[in-house]
Write a protein that binds this ligand. Structure first.
Ligand code: BGC
Length: 758
């Protein structure tokens, strides 16, 4: 009998599963600190002979039983497993987490443009393309489908959307966010947050996931143009433009925010109490989780040199407002943070605040009830419905920049040469964050989709399409390396064709590996276009690139130019359908396309940034040059604007202006048009922006159809942040413009206020 009891006790002890601990008061100090630490999957796995990752249960056991780790990130080996493999991996993690801690694990993944990290999932256009659609529905629907596919593999958290303002074309992450304008980033960020999380942030259901807005704040304009290096941004500009998309995301219910790896104005953002706690948490009342970016606590003492060692770095970051540390390889933080609390250097109240936020997020995701989902309950994973969304989104995002003599659309039956390094690769259509971090193995995983060449064969008939690339990327080298070109072969292949489709641009990259030394497109590629132009055949330039590379010397050689940016797996088909005229163009540039390296600018530049030549001895000038302006985009039809109206000529701070315009499709084809409303503050106490985008709306019109588009514009939206950091709406004249039409309105009085937003 005694032996029987002992056996039962042993069995009970080994099978012991913690009761779920939903309340912070149930956690010990070690358990609380463990919740604040995030590690990578690679720490506790092994790869079998086929390279398939399996959890090493002994290693994993220690992390959860001893260190009480609260969060895990990343795909094993930073490469997409299958959905079934994910089911196994996350299942194991959640069992261990519930068994040893009684709190489910928060697993986070960069699902940046669809199922980045799951084989067989859907890859949508990158965010720069989503911005080019100027269609909030595309943003929302792609995010919602991504959320579905992410939750299908039991991952409840994506490190998306990216809301940095892509205001410097040199920066390698331009394609990950929604272009240079803060209003476009705010609107698309809001749409994606709602798409990912659903309408009720308090209950994120089994088809949605939590977002992480990133990278807070001012990450995108490093002084050197290189990733993760210091930025210098005037405080007023930080508040007025860089903060705006994050505020919009918070208002839409964003559950977490990831911090900028670098420094602004000399202070690493991970150490900046004012930005992390005052602006983000105290002023707005936001109750979500603030997570570091990759190893950024360590960077405070290894790179930024504001801390003497790891413990010091932890003290600074946690006291500044960090709630979760993306370590990602070490458990040191668990030990050091406990010491800091015991020594009184990090107050217990700060730990409790951070852990309450983390537990709240886990609750809102329903993880305590359902730490995992069943893949078989997600029949739409990687299916037709999402492929159609991806195709339509891609087609709506491509921008027609030039179409001399209406060379496009191309009639069926024309003989076409498809050439250039981007003509026949899935890798460059998708860019980074595609199956792997750098996107360099995409062709292994996406062979079922069509490259540009393959899609042209389907669209125009294989017998009409010829492939000769002339320039190719060195797939075994760095992303920018090219093989010895064979331009003569491409020139020879052009004999006998009617049109040359030259697919140029960049191979895939992201983050620091994507840094550049020269924004000008490679010499080989420009030489290819120059040589082909000599054949006298018309050239359609297809720009397939993550950021606008300078091509001023070859633009005049092309009859048509299409910027397809990074349209994803359906991008080849979308482009072929546009070239043939089966689809119509409706994308517009979400950034200013530069034409010279010393004139990198944005659409909202100030009048004073450009000066004409003065008379006399002092004859200098500063010209702003642009290849194509923000918002440029042609269509196969034409639109006419008329009757711009505003309901009030004079307004006060609390008024809402109703601005309306008639838009007519004056061409012969159905088309979509993005109607963009700008404002200009004519005279202000701080040098005013030349113009600012205030609203946009996309409409579809049949030939001959006319529609009145109406915008409700709160007068507060016309305010700027003054030198004293206060929002300021000054008396005086404002010009409102849509297309070439303008109208004036007058603010009768000056107002200032200091809430975080307008
Ligand atoms: C990137 C983030 C990403 C994180 C996790 C970092 O290097 O900057 O954007 O979310 O890694 O993968």
């Amino acid at each position: 009998m005694r032996r029987f009891f002992i056996i039962i006790l042993v069995v009970l002890a080994t099978c012991h599963v913690q009761a779920a601990k939903t309340d912070i008061s149930q956690l010990t100090l070690e358990e609380k600190i463990g919740q604040m630490v995030q590690l990578v999957t690679d720490l506790f796995g092994t790869n079998d002979a086929k390279g398939v990752f399996h959890i090493d249960k002994t290693k994993a056991d220690t992390l959860f039983s001893k260190y009480k780790i609260g969060s895990i990130l990343n795909a094993p080996n930073t490469c997409a497993p299958t959905a079934q493999q994910w089911e196994e991996i996350i299942g194991d993690i959640q069992r261990l987490s519930m068994k040893h801690i009684g709190v489910p694990c928060l697993f986070g993944l960069d699902q940046n443009h669809g199922s980045t990290y799951t084989q067989g999932g859907t890859l949508f256009p990158q965010n720069i393309n989503v911005a080019a659609t100027f269609n909030r529905e595309v943003a929302r629907q792609c995010a919602e489908a991504t959320a579905y596919e992410t939750r299908a593999v039991s991952v409840p958290w994506t490190f998306s959307p990216t809301l940095d303002l892509g205001r410097d074309a040199r920066w390698p992450r331009i394609y990950e966010n929604f272009g240079e304008d803060c209003y476009v980033n705010a609107e698309m960020g809001k749409a994606q947050t709602l798409g990912f999380q659903g309408e009720d942030p308090n209950h994120v259901d089994e088809h949605h996931v939590a977002v992480s807005l990133k990278h807070y704040l001012g990450y995108s304009v490093p002084w050197s143009g290189k990733d993760r290096t210091p930025a210098y941004i005037a405080p007023a500009l930080l508040r007025e433009k860089f903060f705006a998309p994050f505020l919009a995301g918070i208002e839409a219910g964003a559950h977490s925010i990831m911090v900028n790896s670098a420094s602004i104005n000399g202070m690493p953002v991970h150490a900046n109490h004012e930005l992390l706690t005052t602006w983000l948490k105290e002023e707005t009342g936001w109750d979500g989780v603030l997570i570091t970016d990759w190893a950024d606590v360590n960077n405070l003492y290894t790179r930024e040199m504001v801390a003497k060692d790891k413990k010091d770095a932890l003290r600074i970051a946690i006291n500044a407002g960090i709630d979760m540390i993306m370590e990602p390889y070490s458990v040191d933080a668990c030990v050091l943070l406990k010491q800091l609390v015991e020594e009184g250097k990090v107050p217990m109240s700060r730990i409790d605040d951070a852990v309450s936020r983390i537990l709240r997020m886990k609750q809102r995701l329903g993880l305590f009830q359902h730490p995992t989902q069943r893949l078989k309950d997600y029949p739409k994973f990687g299916g037709e419905e999402f492929a159609k969304l991806a195709l339509e989104g891609a087609a709506e995002s491509m921008v027609l920049l030039k179409n001399e003599g209406n060379i496009l659309p191309m009639e069926k039956g024309k003989k076409i040469l498809v050439t250039g390094p981007n003509a026949n690769q899935m890798r460059c259509l998708n860019g980074g964050w595609s199956y792997t971090w750098q996107g360099n193995r995409t062709d292994e995983f996406a062979s079922q989709y069509n490259t540009i060449y393959e899609a042209c064969c389907h669209e125009f008939g294989e017998e009409n399409v010829r492939l000769c690339q002339g320039v190719t990327y060195n797939e075994k080298g760095q992303w920018w390396e090219e093989n010895e070109p064979d331009i003569d072969a491409a020139v020879r292949a052009a004999q006998g064709v009617d049109v040359i489709v030259a697919c140029i641009g960049e191979n895939s990259y992201t983050e620091t590996p994507g840094n550049l030394t020269d924004l000008t497109l490679s010499e080989n590629q420009r030489n290819l276009v120059k040589a082909l132009a000599k054949t006298g055949k018309p050239i359609v330039l297809v720009l397939n690139e993550g950021r606008p590379r300078i091509i001023a010397d070859i633009v005049p050689l092309a009859q048509a130019v299409v910027d397809i940016m990074l349209p994803g797996n359906e991008g080849g088909d979308a482009l072929a359908g546009l070239l043939s005229g089966r689809f119509n163009f409706s994308g517009r540039l979400p950034y200013t396309y530069p034409s010279e390296i010393n004139s990198l600018t944005n659409y909202d530049f100030k009048k004073s940034e450009e000066s004409a030549t003065m008379e006399g001895a002092y004859d200098y000038n500063a010209k702003i040059t642009q290849q194509w302006g923000f918002g440029t985009g042609l269509s196969y039809t034409t639109f006419e604007y008329g009757n711009l109206q505003v309901d009030k000529e004079h307004f006060t701070k609390d008024d809402v202006l109703t601005v309306s315009i008639d838009v007519t499709n004056s061409g012969g084809r159905t088309g979509k048009e993005s109607v963009l409303l700008y404002s200009s503050d004519l005279i202000a106490s701080m040098v005013p922006d030349g113009r600012r985008l205030r609203q946009f709306e996309k409409i579809e019109l049949q030939p001959g159809e006319k529609r009145t588009v109406s915008f409700s514009l709160p007068a507060r939206d016309l305010a700027f942040v003054g030198y004293d950091g206060r929002w300021t709406l000054e008396e005086g004249e404002f010009v409102l413009s849509i297309g070439r039409l303008t109208t004036k309105v007058v603010c009768d009085q000056t107002y200032t206020w200091d809430t975080p937003n307008r």
